[in-house]
Write a protein that binds this ligand. Structure first.
Ligand code: NDP
Length: 282
C-alpha cells in the first residue's frame, strides 16, 4: 500500500514558514502585495482566484483582484498589467488563465515584468528554467517536485515519465526532473504505446486532464506517482490516476483533492514572498 504524499500537510508547513518571512518583511516596512487579473466569469477561474485571495489573507499578503468583464479589450488588459508593473507596492502579478478567446494570452503574459511573474509563465522565466538558471518556477510543477523531495524519494538516475506536455505543467515538470538528474521521458497524446513508457517509470507524473486515465496495469510496482490532474466527475473531484488500484501498487502517491493542488497555491505564495524579498535585497 502506497504512502500518501499529503499536500495539505506539506502546504501548511510551507505557509507556517511563509508567515515568518512575511513578518520579517513587515518589520522592514514592506507589505507583500499580489495583483490578480481575472477577465470574465469562468466559474473554475473564480474558485481558483478565491482560493488565492484566501491564502493571501491567511499569510498577511495584500491581495488585489482586478475583475474585468469578459469583453475586455486587449488594450485594457495590457493597460492593467502595465499599471501593476509600475506599482512599487505590487511584488507579484498573475493573469488568471484561460483568458477569453479574443485576447492574446502570450502577448499579455510577455508584458509582465519577469521579476513580478509569480506564475513563472514569462518567456524569460521559462527560458531560464530551460537553461537551468535561477528563475521563477511555475507553481504546479514546483509543488510536485517539492512533494517528491520532501518525502526523500530519490530522483537521480531514476526513470521519470511525465504524461502531458503543456507549457504550464508537463514541460516545466520534465525540466525540473532533468535538473534533478532523473532520466526523463515526456509522453503526450501522440505517444505510441503509452503504457510501455509508464510501466518503466520509477517516478510517474500524470498531467493529462482525463479522469482515472492511469490505471494500475500502467504503473510499475513501487513507483512514486504524482497526480496533477483535477477533473470533476458527477460533481466530485478526481485525478488522472485511478487512485485505489494504483495505490495498491505504488510506493508513494498524491491524492486528489489534497495533493498537488494544495501545493500549487503554497508555491504561488512562496514565489510572491520571494519576489518581495528579492526586491528588498535589491
Ligand atoms: P493540457 O490540456 O494543456 O495538457 C494535457 C496534456 O495531456 C497534453 O500534453 C496532451 O497531449 C496530453 N494528453 C491528452 N490526452 C492524452 C492521452 N490520451 N495520452 C497521453 N497524453 C495525453 O492540460 P494542463 O497541463 O493544463 O493540465 C493537466 C491536468 O492538470 C488537468 O486536469 C488540469 O486541471 C490539472 N491542473 C492541475 C493543477 C493543480 O494545481 N493541481 C494546475 C494546472 C493544471 P497533446 O500535447 O498531444 O495534446
Amino acid at each position: 500500500m502506497a504512502t500518501l504524499l499529503d499536500g495539505k500537510m506539506m502546504a501548511q508547513e510551507i505557509e507556517d514558514s511563509l508567515k515568518l518571512r512575511v513578518e520579517a518583511l513587515k518589520e522592514k516596512g514592506v507589505e507583500v502585495g499580489l495583483t490578480v487579473i481575472l477577465v470574465g466569469e469562468d466559474p473554475a477561474s473564480q474558485t481558483y482566484v478565491g482560493n488565492k485571495e484566501k491564502a493571501c489573507a491567511r499569510l498577511g499578503i495584500r491581495s488585489n483582484t482586478l475583475r474585468m468583464p469578459a469583453d475586455t479589450t486587449q488594450e485594457k488588459l495590457e493597460a492593467a498589467i502595465m499599471e501593476a508593473n509600475a506599482d512599487e507596492k505590487v511584488h507579484g502579478i498573475l493573469v488568471q488563465l484561460p483568458l477569453p478567446r479574443h485576447l492574446d494570452e502570450a502577448k499579455a503574459l510577455s508584458l509582465i515584468i519577469p521579476e513580478k511573474d509569480v506564475d513563472g509563465f514569462h518567456d524569460v522565466n521559462t527560458g531560464r528554467l530551460c537553461r537551468g538558471q535561477d528563475c521563477v518556477v511555475a507553481c504546479t510543477p514546483k509543488g510536485a517536485l517539492y512533494m517528491l523531495k520532501q518525502a526523500g524519494i530519490p530522483l537521480e538516475g531514476k526513470e521519470a515519465v511525465v504524461v502531458g506536455r503543456s507549457n504550464i505543467v508537463g514541460k516545466p515538470m520534465a525540466l525540473l526532473l532533468l535538473q534533478e538528474n532523473a532520466t526523463v521521458t515526456v509522453c503526450h497524446s501522440r505517444t505510441k504505446d503509452l503504457a510501455e513508457h509508464t510501466r518503466r517509470a520509477d517516478i510517474l507524473v500524470a498531467a493529462i486532464g482525463k479522469p482515472r486515465f492511469i490505471t494500475a496495469d500502467m504503473v510499475k510496482e513501487g513507483a512514486a506517482v504524482v497526480d496533477v490532474g483535477i477533473n470533476r466527475v458527477d460533481g466530485k473531484l478526481c485525478g488522472d490516476v485511478d487512485f485505489e488500484p494504483v495505490s495498491q501498487k505504488a510506493s508513494y502517491i498524491t491524492p486528489v483533492p489534497g495533493g498537488v493542488g494544495k501545493m500549487t497555491i503554497a508555491m504561488l505564495m512562496d514565489n510572491t514572498v520571494a519576489a518581495a524579498e528579492k526586491k528588498v535585497q535589491g
